[in-house]
Design a protein around this ligand. Structure first.
Ligand SMILES: [Zn+2]
Length: 211
């Protein structure tokens, strides 16, 4: 689901189709973490279907964020988990053309980028407890990927309520509240388990709950 005010695009696909985006290999943290399952996408031709392009400096921004995240034990655990699961491909697209968002593989209909998608808006964010670097926005979206990977039935129950609302009659009583509650269930679990522990470990701005 899209992350209001801060960050979070939800793509299923034929994994037999090979994307021409080879996993990028760079030094340090990126080299270790850019395994089969987490792919940085820097080619605008591959993201055209979504209607937005990667930032020109996508590679540098991503490398910088991963290097910072490596200093957090919680972030390292999240990225290790996602990187070591070849059956679960995540395409990471640093972009200023779309709000940050995690799109699980069941929602992704892209032909060019099969798997799940993380759109990452690579700017810092304000929180009630200070400014937080853009790397926290990236780990937030990766946190959603962990929710989907580890607790899929639960995650899909709430994201379906969220997306179904978009097709519901706005006159249905309580439907707005039901949608909001579903979003907050997913988001607050993510903030509590992933975002805020990482933010605190990295001495970044943090929030107690999603707003
Ligand atoms: Zn989120």
């Amino acid at each position: 689901m899209p992350d209001s005010a801060d960050r979070s695009v939800d793509p299923s696909a034929d994994r037999a189709i090979q994307s021409d985006a080879a996993p990028h290999v760079a030094g340090g943290a990126t080299e270790e973490w850019n395994a089969v399952a987490v792919k940085l996408i820097t080619d605008a031709a591959l993201t055209q279907e979504f209607g937005f392009a990667p930032t020109p400096d996508a590679q540098a921004l991503y490398d910088g964020a991963l290097t910072k995240l490596k200093a957090s034990k919680t972030a390292s655990q999240i990225i290790d988990k996602l990187s070591k699961n070849p059956q679960f491909v995540i395409n990471v697209i640093p972009t200023r053309g779309f709000p940050s968002q995690f799109m699980d593989e069941e929602l992704n209909v892209s032909k060019k980028l099969p798997g799940s998608v993380i759109a990452w808006y690579p700017d810092s964010n304000k929180t009630p407890n200070g400014e937080q670097g853009s790397e926290i926005g990236l780990i937030h979206e990766m946190g959603h990927a962990v929710q989907y990977l580890d607790n899929r039935a639960w995650y899909k129950t709430y994201t379906r309520i969220y997306y179904d609302r978009l097709r519901q009659d706005p006159e249905v009583p309580n439907s707005d509240q039901r949608k909001k509650n579903a979003q907050l269930t997913i988001e607050n679990d993510n903030v509590t388990k992933h975002e805020t522990p990482v933010a605190k470990e990295l001495a970044q701005g943090w929030r107690e709950k999603y707003d």
